[in-house]
Design a protein around this ligand. Structure first.
Ligand code: SF4
Ligand code: SF4
Ligand code: SF4
Length: 290
């Protein structure tokens, strides 16, 4: 699907889609505690969501607390003017939490000019996409780490889908099918889609180029290949070096645009990417991205 003028204008304001991340900032609202899958690299002691970054557990917000926080931030003469995006990215999966929808509704009512963005594992995307569209979600990130269920089964411990736990290839297959169907439908509804792939050496490195090709065909706008942060069941895996990561990104940039500025932010980050500010306890203390 072609990128419309309106989409382009909005992308230009979105720091995670290549939209001038030195000037435009985002505010994450940590309203989504529950998750419906188990990624092998996820330690729920951490604030991990779908962006796979480290950090301490967030202070969870209710939707009512979240909108109060948005008001405070937007009223700040220092931070308010740079915030262009309101994102929900955890600490669990946004779609496993009804609070996500209520929060977007409240934000849309009061701050219609802010871009609404969400990051998900994609399991519930096909059944949620119309609701998200009705709420005015503009940009969507789906973390897609495998196309082959056999590879997926080495990454995902289980999924919990409509009340049933699925493990192994069966669970991975459902997840992957829903991720791809969700991406296809989101693009069809005019959303700008980013695909995050956690590069896990020895497990999914052989899948990355297929993922890039496939999601490009489905209409994804950009890909964000992120280095594994070894923890939980995948704590033993040696993460890619910055050089190895760079090689993989370069190998894929002819197929689909690569977003290289990701700092694997916390689910409650506020401000410019990599230069967190400033508001309350939302500072991001991560080292620079490789
Ligand atoms: Fe953790 Fe996010 Fe994976 Fe859920 S989807 S297990 S919160 S990394
Ligand atoms: Fe959106 Fe994800 Fe960036 Fe947050 S991290 S603003 S959810 S793309
Ligand atoms: Fe953007 Fe990456 Fe940070 Fe998300 S985690 S806000 S994609 S830089």
């Amino acid at each position: 699907m072609a990128t419309s003028c309106d989409q382009l204008k909005k992308i230009q304001g979105h720091p995670c889609f290549g939209g001038n991340h030195h000037k435009n900032g985002r505010m994450h609202l940590a309203v989504a505690p529950r998750c419906n899958i188990k990624c092998g690299y996820c330690s729920r002691k951490h604030d991990c969501a779908n962006e796979s970054r480290p950090g301490v557990t967030s202070r969870l917000l209710t939707p009512d607390e979240a909108i109060v926080k948005v008001r405070e931030v937007m009223a700040s003469p220092v931070v308010g003017p740079i915030i262009k995006v309101i994102g929900i990215a955890g600490p669990g999966d946004p779609l496993a939490n009804e609070e996500t929808f209520e929060t977007f509704r409240l934000v849309g009512e009061e701050f219609p000019h802010l871009i609404k963005c969400m990051s998900t594992n994609g399991l519930l995307l096909p059944e949620s996409i119309d609701r998200l569209h009705d709420l005015g979600l503009h940009s969507l990130t789906v973390t897609l780490n495998a196309l082959d269920p056999a590879v997926g089964s080495r990454i995902y411990g289980h999924i919990l889908y409509h009340g049933t736990v699925y493990r192994g290839e069966e669970g991975a297959r459902i997840l992957i099918e829903n991720q791809l169907e969700g991406i296809r439908r989101a693009v069809g509804l005019g959303m700008t889609v980013k695909v995050n792939t956690v590069l896990i050496p020895g497990i999914n490195d052989g899948q990355v180029s297929d993922i890039g090709r496939t999601v490009k065909e489905f209409g994804a706008f950009v890909m964000n290949i992120m280095p594994l942060i070894p923890q939980a069941e995948l704590a033993h895996v040696v993460p890619p070096t910055p050089k190895e990561l760079d090689v993989v990104r370069r190998a894929n940039e002819a197929v689909i645009g690569q977003f290289k500025h990701c700092r694997q932010c916390r689910a409650d980050a506020v401000g410019l990417i990599g230069a967190e500010l400033t508001v309350g306890e939302s500072a991001c203390a991560l080292p620079p991205a490789p």
